[in-house]
Write a protein that binds this ligand. Structure first.
Ligand SMILES: [Zn+2]
Length: 397
């Protein structure tokens, strides 16, 4: 059973079997909160809620979501967008249940992402803290231009500025083809266009994420100075070294193609798409492995859409396969995600003064990453308990 209790925030103390604060482990420690913030972490003193069966970790950060992509929307235009915001609440709720308390949402139509973010921040909708991009930038692609369509440096700059003016926290640019069952990776925006987007975003104090399925768009995105590179299979060694040098975050989103392959029937993909997806997954994993070895910084991004919410953290399994330690994998979803959002002083750690975003899991995630992926029992976001399954019987998946 899941309980949502948005009680007025008050001071409280919780005793955990252990606490991984994002850097080190505290045994039999207490975390005290006041309002939406963490007050202290350390040895217990005084009364505390007994959570000693659990390990506490910082609220997780999913650096690549599409919370407003709902699988079925029975409402046709006009009014469709209002229904999107309503239906997206389920995606938001399922995301919280995975221990994700913050997301970077990279692409939405009709500014539904901005509406959701604001409703959540005002406490009128339950969901993760959202950092949103508004419309992603696309090159012209046939009949249906969107407010994100841009060709040439001047239009790119204009669209970036429009997204920021509309209230976007960050910018998303689609630098190659490839999405859903289409795993082609032809570069779309040129280097000059990417550079213009990066510079226009940075000039307004915003970070940018560039999507590229293939190596060409990836190379130019990195050279152009993108803050994060999304997907990117088949990168050459030079691009990988450049990412290390520039400290570019790599968000490979390997697991979302696993989701597409598992659900090809539901998504109406032909059986042949499954082979394409699996081949892409293998190339994506091989590239991630090279990047881990080279010392590229990763952020965990699920690229969750439709019914994938609730599986947001399965990406961590791929990071383990790519050669990370459990602690490295956990950092992709804590400290690294926080830095990518320029929120490293507020989230990604259980530390005094930080937001009280705390996840209680059964087991020790530093021994077994599955504890995070499958055994989240309790989630606090900004001092409010948003998921409570602590009375649920212990089961092993
Ligand atoms: Zn995406």
């Amino acid at each position: 059973m899941v309980l949502f209790c948005l009680s007025p925030s008050f001071a409280a103390s919780y005793k955990f079997g252990s606490v991984w604060d994002g850097e080190k482990v505290w045994k039999d420690a207490c975390v005290s909160t006041e309002g939406d913030r963490i007050q202290s972490v350390g040895p217990c003193a005084g009364a505390a809620v007994d959570m000693s069966r659990f390990t506490a970790i910082p609220g997780l950060i999913d650096a690549h979501t599409h919370l407003t992509y709902v699988f079925e929307n029975p409402v046709s235009q006009p009014g469709r967008n209002a229904a999107v915001v309503f239906l997206s609440q389920e995606n938001a709720r399922k995301t919280l249940e995975t221990g994700v308390t913050t997301v970077r949402n990279l692409g939405a139509a009709d500014y539904a992402d901005i509406a959701m973010r604001d409703l959540i921040n005002r406490g009128l909708m339950i969901g993760p803290r959202m950092f949103v991009s508004g419309y992603g930038l696309f090159i012209s692609r046939g009949r249906n231009p969107t407010p994100g369509t841009a060709d040439g440096v001047a239009e790119v700059m204009k669209i970036v500025r429009e997204q920021v003016a509309a209230g976007a926290d960050c910018i998303k640019m689609y630098g190659s083809t490839g999405s859903g069952r289409d795993v082609t990776g032809f570069q779309t925006f040129t280097f000059e266009e990417m550079k213009a987007a990066v510079d226009a975003a940075h000039a307004l104090g915003k970070k940018i994420a560039i999507h590229s399925y293939g190596p060409d768009g990836a190379r130019d995105a990195v050279r152009a100075g993108t803050d994060s590179l999304e997907h990117a299979a088949g990168m050459d060694d030079e691009t990988i070294s450049e990412m290390v040098r520039r400290k570019t975050f790599y968000v490979p989103t390997i697991d979302h193609n696993r989701y597409y392959a598992d659900n090809y029937k539901k998504l109406n993909y032909p059986p042949a798409a499954v082979d394409d997806l699996n081949r892409f997954i293998q190339r994506n994993l091989d590239t991630a492995r090279k990047a881990v070895r080279a010392g590229v910084r990763f952020a965990m991004g699920s690229d969750a859409v439709y019914t994938m919410f609730g599986e947001n953290t399965r990406e961590l399994e791929w990071f383990m396969k790519a050669g990370m330690s459990t602690e490295q994998a956990l950092r992709t979803a804590t400290a690294n995600g926080a830095e990518l959002l320029a929120m490293e002083k507020s989230i990604g750690a259980i530390r005094p003064g930080y937001f009280a975003d705390i996840v209680a899991v059964e087991g020790n995630p530093l021994d077994d990453i599955e504890a995070v992926i499958h055994r989240v029992r309790w989630v606090m976001k900004g001092g409010d308990v948003v998921v409570d399954k602590t009375t649920a019987r212990s089961t092993t998946p």
